[in-house]
Design a binder for this molecule. Sequence first.
Ligand code: ADP
Ligand code: ASP
Ligand code: MG
Length: 409
Amino acid sequence: MAVYVYKFGGTSVGSVERIKAVAERVKNARELGHQLVVVVSAMSGETNRLIALANETQKQPDARELDALISTGEQVTSALLSMALQEIGCPACSYTGGQVRILTDSVHNKARIRSIDSEKMRADLEVGKVVIVAGFQGIDEHGNITTLGRGGSDTTAVALAAALKADECYIYTDVDGVYTTDPRIEPKARRLDKITFEEMLEMASLGSKVLQIRSVEFAGKYNVALRVLSSFKEGKGTLITYEESPMESALISGIAFNRDEAKLTITGVPDLPGVASKILGPIADANIDVDMIIQNIGEDGATNFTFTVHRNDFARAKSLLEATCEQLGAKKIICDDTIVKVSIVGVGMRSHAGIANTMFKTLADEGINIQMIATSEIKISVVVAEKYLELAVRALHAAFELDKEPAGS
Ligand code: ADP
Ligand code: ASP
Ligand code: MG
């Protein structure tokens, strides 16, 4: 019997009415003879509401307690979905992450899954029950509740699919697939029938929040057939695949952006061995992830050094850098938290030259100044002022003709 894992995001379970609609869909699939494990997110807005409550109560909310709090959103929707299913005559049982032994490490707020005990779920499936699991959460070896980072229900779903060796994992959301870019920013964005794991991984890591990056990593590693589709309308959605169609002549597949970054520069740093580590060492020790890094060529024995961090870490990074500035006898620091990163992604880049130039020229023609550039084999990222985000995305979307089906596809 085929086993499917379905995941429904926040909007898809945003009200009792929506939960009832999800229950109908699940019941119909079960009646086709499938075994179903359903992962749910919290109702839309609920996780943010809980985080706001925590921030009101404690200046720097305790990470363990925060997890205990924010994991409740998913517990609510899983129980409600189980009730909605029972109400329409479909046997179902809901579980928290801990109850199905989703064992994680102890890094609260961004825990990683270590193992899953699928026995209980299998036993329920065998007797014809739909298994519902609260997404986004697990338990550590000491029995503490952990959460998997924002968007973590995607990862719960894929991890369960891997553990159960499910036939497919369907991520139901409020868009009908993965688009060439966020359709909220560019209405001309086009749905992709398929996208490679590699590209999806880049899109997710560069800011496309349609799938949590770890869910894509998991799917790639454990060979989970993964599809993104709408819970509101019928359709095939987007398949995440290993396949790279040789006929596909698209130069790039999509545009991602990230509004969560902030930029810090330290100028007049002595141009000596070990300086980069003196600047970034304290940042790393404070557990702050650094994204892009640029060090300029030195002149007169001094150089400038720029890096970006998540905006949530901006204030901490700034005060650490101020201390470093004094210590190194550097000139000054310049900080900016009104920047964004815009990236173009595509495996087609490997075999085509001149893509970077098209990108830079397109931005120049719009009068957009590029502050930083980073490249890899299948992506080019630029940092620009936040006010240019929409303009940059739309101009690049048009320049690379992403609204048109690629020839030969
Ligand atoms: P859910 O609550 O179902 O997990 P999310 O809000 O996490 O949904 O993800 C879906 C959203 O991702 C869409 O509403 C869309 O605005 C956004 N998004 C960003 N980039 C893309 C993209 N390339 N394709 C589709 N959606 C995207
Ligand atoms: N509810 C969590 C969040 O808002 C997890 C998820 O929806 O995937 O981030
Ligand atoms: Mg999500």
